[in-house]
Design a protein around this ligand. Sequence first.
Ligand code: DON
Length: 554
Amino acid sequence: MTNQYNDFRVTMAARAPGQVSLARGKGAVATASRQASELAIQVLQGGGNAFDAAFSTAFSLCIYHPQAGNLGGGGYLLFQPKGGTPKVFNYREQAPRGATQKDFLRLDGSVDPDRTSFGPTSVCVPGTVKAFFELQQRHGNLKARDLLLAVAQRARDGAVVTQYEADCLNRLGPKLATSPEARRIYVRDNPFQAGDLLPNPDLAATLTTLAQEGEQAFYRGRIAEQIVADLQAHGGFLAAEDLADYAIREVDPISVEIAGRQVWTVPPEGGGAMLLDILSTLDQAAFRGCAYGGPEYYHYLAQASKMAFIDRMGYLGDMPLGPDYQNLLTRESAARRFACIHPARDTPTDALAASLKVAGKNTTHFAIIDAEGNAVSNSYTMNLRYGSKWAVAGAGFLLNGSIDSFSFIEGKENYFGVIGSTPNLFAPGKRPASNMAPVLVTSGGTAEMVLGTPGGPTIPTTLATMLTATLLHGVDPQPLVRASRLHHQGWPDTLYHEPGFDRPDLLAALADMGYKVKDKQELISDVQGVFRRGEEVLAVSDYRREGLALANPG
Ligand code: DON
């Protein structure tokens, strides 16, 4: 994939595939950071429930995994109070009302990625703080103030930098250095090494303000003033009214039934419909009957993925959903899509689009189930690693660069190579389309699985691989998380594999079926999940970004 963006792609894993992290107990957590998982377990052991643990985790990832953990980003929180109805908080970032489409175009009419994905111009209104206060106030057991003061202390003490984070910080240092606050916190004369301490006293002060004054400090009070003053002084569009008027949207999750279980995820403009599109297409006897892991298996997955990315062009955006979307997840529509798949050959994406009659980085997930059965599945993002790379002066936290998730020109790709489409065209006050798709699987009302990943367009394809294998083919999560990954997003019409793919025979067989097979030159996704196993739950954390699974034995 080539484009004009100059963010690097991390190709190395600091840990080996065999080091997938596992933990089993009465309650369990999986996050992208050892220190965040340790804090979450402490909260559970100190009388907190999954919602208290999620609150502390969301804020502490800002310290421990600053490339994606955030106060300055947004996402989707899918949760289920024990045995109850699953709910979604849509706290996606929102375009400032004072920005116009022209503000992101060059004189020749092309999109300027240095304005859409980098620096103050790329910043959308963040939703994270509002969503987690709402969750904790409604469903938590403990006091938000106490939880936040404990997180503030950790910001003061500092994060122990992992190898993965050190690599990312060292590579992106020159970009972080354009923001004076980010430079002070994240850029050093000597390269970061694993084990270095990274304290953040300004973030500690911000968290203390939140503990004492609540979320309104971020949207109308002291922190709001800091954000607006800094962005306005440096050419950003975000204004005091954008923050003051921001609201989370409480919506119903969307769902399909697969193998007697209910799979829940987030509606558009989130990425959940793409995932359910793939799952419902593949829930057919011919796919269930093919051997897990063989070329035919991956062929069906790739074809269903291509169709999900074709479908996305018609509906995915922050706008009213039309009849095409309403029909998308029906059995008839799934059977019609499945019938478009040639059983032994790759059909070019353009030809698939014609038969469907369609004209034609950074995020993190955490998963928690507590001993009572409360479940939280949260994906949130700053878009690319460290978001806009811009940190608020004196406040110690980075802001998202999510303007780039909009389409500006139809047919033109964004950072992730996703083609611009009408429903996602930029407009002031709109939320950009997202690939994020936190998942909850229930059986008879009980949370059986919470699962998710970062990775832009690789989010729905990775989760489809996980869910087809676990639900339709009975594969255990551990070998699945360890396995080398494949990804197809329709355009470019190429099947991507991870570097060092461990099954060259499979790649050769897929090439024989007509696929153009190519090394993506970066690791694909970073799965964090918790799975019910009888009376206990099993947490599984990917090796790709050095996450950690931990369990609460009691
Ligand atoms: O919402 C989205 O689709 C993007 N902001 C996701 C970015 C992402 O997953 C980067 N992670 N590697």
